[in-house]
Design a protein around this ligand. Structure first.
Ligand code: 13P
Length: 287
């Protein structure tokens, strides 16, 4: 059974640790992540971008697959299925499809429009027992073709959106999606402090977790970040392990071309990356 992400994130906030959102792209991704989280007894949020949802043929497929995998793999830790950077229409579709959590990313709208749409979706999510994340101040980098510039969220805007009853909030502090450029200035912790004060202690979300130095992650958690999103890092280790397998000619030895063999090193690499992040975020044994 899927759960919404509210309780796991309130516990994380109060217990001063982070819960990972690992983005999923296909069955192997989902299986590798669930295996690692079960082994580490960590709660987990499975993030699905609109592009990944489309790739997997639609939200209904994703919800059915994840629910069945949780059951058939005997997963006992809390698992939330969460739309990542959802549009207004995408959020509605995921409520219908049986997700347990949504993110409405209205950060590209003028603040009043972001407020109006977020407010409507908070009511819809809560009426369906789901949790909802909102965003203020765009996250930089490129996520599924959407380019953001790494804005620092305005505390007043954070307060306006938090007051709508969202369960957790993504507020940009210079974080960006994808690999960080050489000249990245790092996270703006003063902005994090201001944002935290303005939002009445609701759990905060750190997007763009790939490549943020460990000590910055630890500091962000100490300043109220309860959810950390990781996507690119799992893609990189999967690609690297798969490349090594093929470059070593293993796909041409025996039945090495069998997808169950061909994809195994990449899947193992994803699980190992998840274990590494769970240890870093302090959420082992919390599920
Ligand atoms: P990365 O791809 O940088 O890990 O970011 C993931 C993310 O924030 C998804 O919303």
């Amino acid at each position: 059974m899927l759960v919404n992400a509210t309780e796991m994130l309130l516990k994380a906030r109060d217990g001063h640790y982070g819960v990972p959102q690992f983005n999923i792209n296909n069955l192997e991704w989902t299986k590798s992540i669930l295996q690692a989280c079960e082994e580490m007894k960590s709660p987990v949020i499975l993030g699905v971008s609109e592009g990944a949802g489309k790739y997997m043929t639609g939200y209904k497929t994703v919800a059915a697959m994840v629910k069945a995998m949780v059951e058939e793999m005997g997963i006992t830790v809390p698992v939330a299925l969460h739309l990542d950077h959802g549009s207004y229409e995408g959020c509605k579709a995921c409520v219908e499809a049986g997700f347990s959590s949504i993110m409405f990313d209205g950060s590209h709208y003028p603040i009043e429009e972001n407020v109006a749409k977020t407010k409507e979706l908070v009511a819809l999510a809560h009426a369906n027992g789901m949790s909802i994340e909102a965003e203020v101040g765009s996250i930089g980098g490129v996520e599924d073709g959407v380019v953001g510039s790494g804005e620092i969220a305005d505390p007043e805007e954070c307060a306006k959106i938090a007051a709508l009853g969202v369960d957790f909030l993504a507020a940009g502090i210079g974080n960006i999606h994808g690999v960080y450029p050489e000249n990245w200035k790092g996270l703006d912790f003063a902005a994090r402090g201001r944002g935290h004060k303005a939002t009445n202690n609701i759990p905060l979300v750190l997007h763009g977790g790939t490549g943020i130095p460990d000590e910055m992650i630890a500091k962000a958690i100490s300043l109220g970040v309860s959810k950390i999103n990781i996507n690119t890092e799992c893609q990189l280790v999967f690609a690297e392990a798969t490349r090594k397998y093929i470059e070593a000619g293993k796909d041409q030895q025996g039945k090495g071309f069998d997808p169950r063999k061909l994809l195994a090193p990449g899947a193992k690499a994803i699980s190992a990356k998840c274990v590494e992040k769970i240890n870093l975020f302090g959420c082992a044994g919390k599920g």
